[in-house]
Design a protein around this ligand. Structure first.
Ligand code: PEP
Ligand code: MG
Length: 912
């Protein structure tokens, strides 16, 4: 059918989320599997795009909407706009991707002076009818007419105060009637027009408002933050659904639930409800809801129905569901369901249990978890034995610990967060417009609301620590302070929170790193079984190698040997080696460094045994080990001053006929000669620094160029590697070190290095009386190396893409400067989708890699190829590496769990 704008829940394709949005598709699906869903229809996302293009609703849309409303009228027996038996509807947004709270919703639409009378007649409940009416005027006023909430809050509070009523529930029918009148007056004053009485005019305005909210600031910010591009979600659908009421008396209720506990993943009834309330009351945190377990006592029959609903939802969707329901006069309706957003620990646990329960396959168990989510599991926890007293207690809404300065509004959180401060956002309750504060904050605390309040749901989705409903905290945003019992908390005071048990503390509490759960080990073990591409670690010290091994690294893909030079007993030797003016002096310093390196390599081999270890020969320009010229000049200047003092001391003592030995010991040693020797040494170093100075050192004398100029450096390193291997072999291990050459541009460089390694091999074999095997490989991080890959593979036995440098070379962006100069602007303005130093640039750098793989394997089809740039730990980049058939990715230790899961995803998505 041409131009079908809308689909009734009975006909819409429940799988087509792109067209019907997630919520709409689910409402169709739930209707079609026989769940009790109120009648309704969806206006498609395509219609939203038509609206965005023309900035008006398609002219024939409302005719179709009328036909759909007629269908709801048939099913419900109520009539839209009827003065006796009115049908009311809700109008909700819903795009292909769930964006909780980002777009608008209007409830009770269809009320006007006539239908209001009908609603009173129909229900016999004036209070209920006026309550529905005032809610509708406010929501419609805000969403469709753009009137700020405060305009309605003022008359509302005024009536409450006058009547001496604290909670909304205490308002009587007459109060609500008066409030409705005042709200109509607000609309008149703010818009200069009457509130629309025509129910179809109300409906078309509401549809437009929902379409407009797709391009609202909140929604646009959210999509940017979460990289929701048009191919993921394009436009919002509009869901128009018959209203059912949870606020028509004490046999009515409304609630939200998760099919499993979203904080732990445990398979149990979970959720909260309120009797005699509308759905928004639960999520907004205006009243503190009751745990669902209480429903078992309050309405046992309905509780059983709810258990059945939960089981049916999970069995059908094969995924944990986050659902909403309403009980109207003893009838349970399911209003919405979507895949539940849970923290990483809960995702992992539920994956394991759903496989064990036979609900899902291992493949699905892996695919349902976004690899990046695992990062949360490496989050710190509070030191368990700290003795800091609890300042406030709330609900444990999202686990993890966080520490920072408390702030009371989202804008301040954003400002301080951007300036690099850790902040905790403290609010009475949060709203969707606070989202930028969530992004900036380390953790969130609210003084009202439950575990399914906005704050809790959003924080959990982001993996940020959150405490909800800490009711003892009295926040005064205007005075920028909070009072908790006797304690006065000012903005900027440091607090610590534990979202795992809902406690808040004053001051900073030490934290410990998180540890791997058995569930996570099982999951990652399944991932390893599925994956094709291996996950190695970039580590430079034996200690990090042990951590990487505990995270499941299958080898070391990059050991940057220069990082072993930085400790206090080694650096002077490195400096001595650099200052040496001839090969003999240089070798003398190198010989003293050799035992350190040999011992480190031996420990690396042992830590990750029996997996392979790739060691890269010295790479950075030598000036990096020396102070800067400026520092040296300052020191020389100071020493020259000091020389004058020492001279003055001597003259003083001579004048008084006192021997130098009369001075305290440290001064006695500081003769003028000693100070002059120090000055000379510094001057020598300064000369060296000036000699080594390059305009662009990252493109200068570094990498294999150093090995060619100073072969004794690479000779020492290869000897240390091979000796370490020999020592391990003597202990019974089978070791075959992989020696990697950085910054290669031509096979001739590799040939020269190979000669050095072969000499070292001969020496070590003779010295230790054993046979050694090694592999020599090349980093591929220059454009020329990519272009000459076929030739490099004549000597190189493996390649490792150094995509940090290769990205720098491909873009001609300095990797030192781009990220804090112009790259953010490039990302914000959409010129570049991602930061190419973080996410592999598949279109550019990726093409070079693809070509290199093809050329390299022409000569040697079994050539092992990996990646060791930062991008190697990024899931989308891992997928690309899998596609171009790399053998391994190598990334920093904390990224290893993420990379292992991403590697399994790459393989599984390939199959799909
Ligand atoms: C690279 O360039 O990608 C790489 C791993 O080497 P480094 O970052 O040490 O230059
Ligand atoms: Mg590099």
């Amino acid at each position: 059918m041409a131009n079908q704008y809308s689909f009734s829940f009975r006909e819409g394709d429940g799988k087509n989320k792109a067209l019907l949005g997630g919520k709409g598709a689910n409402l169709c699906e739930m209707t079609q599997i026989g769940l009790n869903v109120p009648a309704g229809f969806v206006i498609s996302t395509e219609t939203c795009l038509l609206y965005q293009e023309k900035q008006q609703l398609p002219p024939d849309l409302m005719d179709e909407v009328k036909q759909q409303i007629a269908l709801i009228e048939q099913q419900s027996g109520r009539i839209f706009g009827d003065a006796h038996n009115p049908l009311l509807v809700s109008v909700r947004s819903g795009s292909a991707i769930s964006m909780p709270g980002m777009m608008d919703t209007i409830l009770n639409l269809g009320l006007n002076q006539h239908t209001l009378a009908g609603l009173i007649a129909q229900t016999g409940d004036r209070r209920f009818a006026y309550d529905a009416y005032r809610r509708f005027i406010q929501l419609f006023g805000k969403v469709a007419l753009g009137i700020a909430d405060e305009k309605f809050d003022r008359p509302f509070e005024m009536i409450k105060n006058r009547a001496g009523i604290k909670a909304d529930i205490g308002l009587e029918a007459s109060h609500l009637e008066e409030i409705s009148e005042l709200f109509l007056e607000v609309v008149r004053t703010e818009t200069g027009s009457e509130f629309p009485e025509d129910v179809y005019e109300q409906l078309s305005c509401a549809i437009e408002a929902v379409f407009n909210s797709w391009m609202g600031k909140r929604a646009v910010d959210y999509r940017r933050e979460f990289h929701i591009t048009p191919d993921i979600a394009n436009g919002t659908a509009v869901n128009i659904v018959m209203m059912v009421f949870g606020n028509r008396g004490t046999d009515c209720a409304t609630g939200v639930g998760f099919t499993r506990n979203p904080a732990t993943g445990v398979n149990e009834m979970y959720g909260e409800y309120l009797t005699n309330a509308q759905g928004e009351d639960v999520v907004a945190g205006i009243r503190t809801p009751k745990p669902v377990s209480e429903l078992a006592q309050e309405m046992p029959d309905l509780y059983q129905q709810l258990v059945a609903l939960r089981d049916k939802l999970e069995a059908h969707y094969q995924e944990v569901q986050d659902y909403e329901y309403t009980i109207e006069r003893g009838v349970l309706y399911c209003l919405q369901t979507r895949n539940g957003k849970m923290n990483a620990a809960a995702m992992v646990k539920s994956s394991i249990e759903m496989v064990q329960e036979g609900l899902i396959s291992k493949e699905r168990a892996l695919l349902r978890i976004n690899p990046e989510l695992l990062e949360q599991l490496l989050h710190p926890q509070l030191m368990p034995d700290h003795a800091v007293p609890v300042l406030a207690q709330g609900l444990p809404a999202s686990p993890g610990a966080a520490c920072g300065a408390c702030v009371f509004d989202a804008d301040t959180a954003e400002r301080l967060g951007k300036a690099g401060h850790a902040v905790i956002l403290l609010r009475e309750e949060t709203k969707p417009e606070d989202i930028h504060g969530f992004f900036a904050a380390q953790g969130i605390v609210t003084s009202r609301g439950g575990k399914t309040s906005h704050a809790a749901v959003v924080a959990r989705g982001m993996g940020k620590a959150c405490i909800a409903g800490a009711e003892d905290i009295k926040i005064d945003v205007k005075l920028r302070h909070a009072i908790i019992g006797e304690t006065h908390l000012r903005e900027g005071d440091i607090i610590t929170i534990d979202g795992g048990n809902g406690t808040l503390y004053l001051g900073k509490i030490p934290m410990i790193p998180a540890c791997f759960s058995e569930d996570l080990k099982t999951l990652l073990h399944w991932a390893d079984e599925m994956a094709q591409i291996k996950v190695y670690a970039n580590v430079d010290t034996p200690e990090n190698a042990r951590i990487a091994a505990s995270y499941g690294a299958m080898g070391i893909g990059l050991c940057r040997t220069e990082r072993m030079f930085n400790s206090s007993e080694r650096l002077p030797l490195v400096i001595e080696m650099i200052l040496a003016n001839n090969p003999q002096d240089r070798e003398h310093a190198l010989n003293q460094l050799l035992p350190f390196q040999r011992e480190d390599f031996k420990q690396l081999f042992t830590a990750i045994y029996p997996h392979p270890v790739t060691i890269r020969l010295l790479d950075p320009p030598m000036h990096e080990f020396l102070p800067t010229a400026q520092e040296l000049e300052n020191e020389i200047h100071a020493l020259k001053h000091y020389l004058l003092i020492v001279k003055a001391q001597r003259v003083t003592l001579e004048t008084l006929n006192n021997p130098v030995s009369a001075l305290p010991a440290p001064f006695a040693q500081l003769s003028e000669e000693t100070v002059m020797a120090a000055i000379e040494k510094k001057q020598l170093m300064l000369k060296k620094v000036n000699d080594l100075c390059e305009v662009n050192p990252m493109l200068g004398h570094r990498g294999v160029r150093l090995g060619i100029s100073y072969p004794e450096i690479y000779r020492m390193q290869t000897r240390a590697i091979l000796e370490a291997a020999a020592l391990c072999i003597q202990e019974g291990m089978t070791i075959r070190p992989e020696i990697m050459v950085p910054q290669v541009i031509t096979v001739e460089e590799l040939r020269k290095v190979k000669t050095l390694v072969l000499e070292a091999q001969q020496w070590v074999e003779a010295e230790y009386g054993l046979k050694l095997a090694f592999k020599l490989g090349s980093m591929v991080e220059t454009v020329r190396a990519c272009l000459r890959a076929e030739h490099l593979s004549e000597v190189a036995e493996f390649f490792s893409f150094g995509t940090n440098d290769l990205t720098q070379a491909t873009f001609s962006f300095s990797r030192e400067d781009a990220e804090n100069k112009f790259l953010p602007l490039y990302n914000e303005s959409g010129i570049l989708q991602d930061n190419p130093f973080e996410v592999l640039d598949v279109k550019g750098v990726g093409e070079l890699m693809r070509m290199t793989v093809a050329q390299g394997r022409k000569h040697n089809p079994y050539l092992r190829i990996g990646i060791c740039g930062e991008q190697g730990g990024h899931p989308a980049s891992i997928r690309f590496c899998h596609q171009i058939k790399l053998d391994y990715v190598s990334c920093s230790a904390p990224r290893i769990p993420i990379a292992r899961l991403a590697a399994a995803h790459a393989k599984l998505l390939d199959k799909e």
